[in-house]
Design a protein around this ligand. Sequence first.
Ligand code: GLU
Length: 417
Amino acid sequence: MSEHIDVFEMARQQLAIAARYLDLDDGLHQVLASPQKTLIVNFPVVLDDGSVKVFEGYRVQHNSSRGPTKGGVRFHPDVDVRETSALAMWMTWKCAVANIPYGGAKGSVKVDRKQLSRRELEKLTRRYATEINIMLGERSDIPAPDIGTDAQVMAWIMDTISMQQGHTVPGIVTGKPIALGGSEGRTEATGRGVVTVMEEAAKIRNLNLSDARVVVQGFGNVGSTAAKLAEEAGAKVVGISDALGGIYNPKGLPIQELFNRYSGRDGGIREYKDADPVSNTDLLELPCDILVPAAIAAQITKENADRIQAKIIVEGANGPCTPDADRIFDDKGVFVVPDILANSGGVVVSYFEWVQDLQNFFWEENEVNNKLTKIMRNSFASVEQTMRSHKTDMRTAALIIGVRRVADATVTRGIFP
Ligand code: GLU
């Protein structure tokens, strides 16, 4: 992509749009436009060859008016403090739209995890957790997985903090392995939520999911689960990609087989031969009914939005479409289910996990999935209703709901002292 996109600026532009609809007071707008707390850490790790490497990491808490801050930890070479701040702000709106009692946060470390051995990854995780420990707490700030992190990384964070506190603190982190107080259904939760709102959006567009062609950008946790569940719901997944590139077959791709045989392999899903190779950018422009960008931010911009053929876009990733792209989609009549609604399934089940940890009382998978589906459908319905009453698009409607809830909490609590 030629233009550089500052995603924090993008998040602020989205907030400004909601602020106009809500006629938000200037001071309050300023409060919501700035992250509450930002910690930047530089910490050393002794690598396997004995050399020392310093890594830069962040933890940003955007707003805690509605409760402890919540949000993932990303390990990726391209992260920076502005992106992490944008992601923290989006977490605030996301939790508010789902109406779960959290504010938003995000953490990240600038690292290519593929370059690290397992031992190095563990050391990096434990040291990063120690550095940001002053921000964390099961009542103050609770991390979870994001790009480049997983249940094992969460287990190391939980163990590190528990060692420092002298007792086991399962509620300090979510997305843990089940054996350590993780929740049934958490790993699939984001993808499951994506497909639930996909079904709702399809109904609005009079599209039958079993006749729909779906393209998914990304084959990480969100993309692969969304693709599998969309296939299970009867849709034909015609295109999919991982970090190395994509594949396309208009007759449909065997998602479960791709997952079992190609995910995690050096060559990635491009090693599957019964499909045409496509680049990650061309993939977005393939003929399809539903597009699920489930990789990284700013993939769909004013440069390529016009060429997107999908009728519905369901944002599995955080921030995949820029405000310029939104305007183009508005003109073209493309229905965009925004990230802060579409991918909220992950944090919703994180909330269930946290509640289970605090109560030491665990639920069955069915119960988790049913409660998740109910929240996703309710959130979709209230965003849709706001969209109609304000005659706007789904993103603006979701922001109106999210920002209003946070603004109300901030005003009701008052400004200390
Ligand atoms: N990283 C996920 C997100 O962006 C999940 C956050 C969480 O569960 O706290 O929504």
